[in-house]
Design a protein around this ligand. Structure first.
Ligand code: PEP
Ligand code: MG
Length: 557
């Protein structure tokens, strides 16, 4: 008999979802099939038919994915087709059928397994990652041979039916490449509430529980449902009918609460005693632009441009230009702040020569990586500047520690603007260039930075991790990771004061921006903009409207 179990993780994105589990794990393997005494001609004919069917299915998935997640992130399915057609793979299968009289299933399984092992043992991280793709395509071919189509839960990261997406390693690019419309909730084995997987779930408005640890193995595979309670951070396995009923009631109360928030659309955001603040949206995908508008964001305060870069494909200037133009046009005159590429070595990108690093969070990442790979940086800046004519663009430079570094980057951006003008390209004269204050050094150098930058964007996620020396990804340290620690607040207040003195605007865009317990502090510190995931905006507006912030207190801490 199946027993109800409650698995405790970390709450990462509020809300409730009920549905079947789909585990996207690196441990998935197909079962071996016995080799048989088959007639080669018949097996080869079956193989050809299955191959055709598999290609057709992956092509269909590719087309669906293009409309849902964009061409860049869907390119992997084209690679799957090429891997499926690969002559080496095909020859291995045929050899086993012709020489050993193996069944087509066995031949596919053993060739897939050999190539999986070959890829897994490769030095190059990118090639190692292809081992999973090998498993995916041989699984699909096997399903087609058994005429069980289209019954796979995934092709690559593509979810075929609505489900709770469960990941061992929550790699943001995996989540981005999953078709969001089918994701009911997100559950991960590792990670914390400020890891990028949790940030993505919040932006998508999906409930999420992260860091289940060893309980992850207790998730039911295949049949059965789970309840994901992203507010409490629990996953309920095998819920009883009473528990299901209770949670269904909570879900309907939650949807009427969300409907009530619609009343705050079109209103100004202001505290009960008249302090005005602007609410912007953090954007992690093109789909979130629409969500930002639906939730009445006054602009996009932080576009994490990494979503345009998939591990297999580096977007060209033209591709990026199209995306940024579309973003700016869709936002219709509202400010759009695009952060330049902030990658680290946790994920491998085929077009970068990355080294394995002991401390990727403090390594060759973000603008440091861009300065090392100037072509990459140049392509992005040119695309942004060209797109600037479609709206109000701000370019945000992350991971800067001092005024001198920022000044040089700014001058370089200006020289690219000149270059474009010489080429006859039109660019807006009103592009602002700001700096992300997300290291203690940047906060302490705030006066110097404020002289060079047009605006500040305080990234509390990294500022907290580096000020407290607490890894934001480490679930064992979650009680120590505290953005409202006095040391972090002091740095925020100090940077905000420097921005005021220099007369430049200041925004907070880390996850703390949607932490209601920090709102009073932000308003008193004179933060004029908060940038949060779109689903939080209307609720923030309501919460701020309930606060009184003037009066007692030193304004800063
Ligand atoms: C931050 O560091 O606070 C931030 C907003 O950026 P990210 O979470 O992408 O590092
Ligand atoms: Mg950051």
């Amino acid at each position: 008999m199946s027993v109800l179990r409650t698995l405790q993780g970390t709450p990462a994105s509020p809300g409730i979802a009920i549905g079947p589990v789909r585990v996207l794990s690196s441990q998935q393997r197909s079962k071996p099939l016995p080799a048989g005494e088959r007639v080669p001609a018949q097996e080869l004919a079956r193989l050809r038919a299955a191959q055709k069917q598999a290609e057709k299915e992956i092509q269909e998935i590719y087309e669906r994915a293009c409309t849902e997640v964009g061409e860049g992130d869907s390119v992997i399915f084209q690679i799957h087709i090429l891997m499926l057609q690969d002559e080496g793979f095909q020859q291995m299968i045929r050899k086993s059928i012709v020489e050993d009289h193996a069944s087509a299933e066995y031949a596919v399984w053993s060739a897939g397994r050999k190539l999986y092992q070959m890829f897994s043992n490769m030095e190059d991280e990118y090639m190692r990652a292809r081992s999973e793709d090998m498993l995916d395509i041989s699984r699909r071919l096997l399903m087609c041979l058994n005429r069980q189509t289209p019954s796979l839960d995934f092709q690559g990261n593509y979810l075929m039916t609505p489900a709770v997406l469960c990941l061992t390693q929550a790699v943001p690019s995996q989540i981005i490449r999953t078709n969001h419309s089918q994701v009911l909730a997100l559950v991960t084995q590792y990670g914390s509430s400020t890891s990028h997987s949790a940030i993505l779930a919040r932006g998508m408005g999906k409930p999420a529980v992260v860091g289940l640890g060893e309980h992850f193995k207790d998730l039911p595979r295949g049949e059965g449902q789970v309840i994901v309670d992203g507010t409490k951070g629990v996953v309920i396995v095998n819920p009883t009918p009473e528990t299901l009923e209770k949670y269904t009631r909570i879900m309907s109360a939650e949807s009427s609460r969300r409907a009530d928030l619609a009343a705050f659309k079109g209103m100004k955001t202001m505290s009960a005693d008249g302090v005005r603040i602007h609410l912007l949206a953090n954007i992690n995908s093109m789909a979130e632009i629409q969500m930002a508008l639906e939730n009445d964001a006054e602009g996009a305060g932080l576009v994490r441009s990494e979503f345009l870069y998939s591990p297999d494909h580096c977007p060209t200037e033209e591709e990026q230009y199209q995306q940024y133009s579309q973003m700016l046009a869709q936002m219709g005159g509202r400010r759009v702040i695009v952060r330049t590429l902030d990658l680290d070595s946790n994920t491998s990108y085929s077009y970068l020569d990355q080294e394995q690093e002991a401390n990727p969070a403090m390594g060759l990442r973000s603008v440091r990586l861009c300065l090392r790979h100037r072509d990459l940086f140049r392509t992005q800046i040119r695309a942004l500047l060209r797109a600037s004519v479609y709206g109000r663009l701000g370019i945000l430079v992350p991971f800067v520690n001092d005024g001198e570094m920022f000044r040089q980057i700014r001058m370089w951006i200006q020289s690219l603007a000149e270059e474009l003008k010489r080429e006859g390209k039109e660019i807006s004269e009103a592009v602002s260039i700001g700096v992300m204050v997300e290291t203690p050094a940047a906060a302490l150098q705030a006066h110097e930075l404020a002289r060079e930058a047009d605006f500040f964007n305080i990234g509390t996620n990294d500022l907290t991790q580096f000020t407290l020396a607490v890894d934001r990804e480490n679930r064992q340290l979650k009680s120590l990771y505290n953005p409202s620690h006095p040391a972090v607040k002091r740095l925020i207040a100090y940077a905000a004061r420097a921005a005021h003195e220099a007369g430049i605007p200041v925004c907070v865009s880390g996850e703390a921006a949607s932490d209601y317990s920090m709102l009073r502090f932000f308003l008193r510190a004179g933060i004029q903009y908060l940038s949060a995931p779109p689903p939080y905006i209307l609720e923030l507006r309501r919460e701020i409207g309930r606060l009184k912030v003037r009066g007692k207190g030193n304004g800063g801490q």
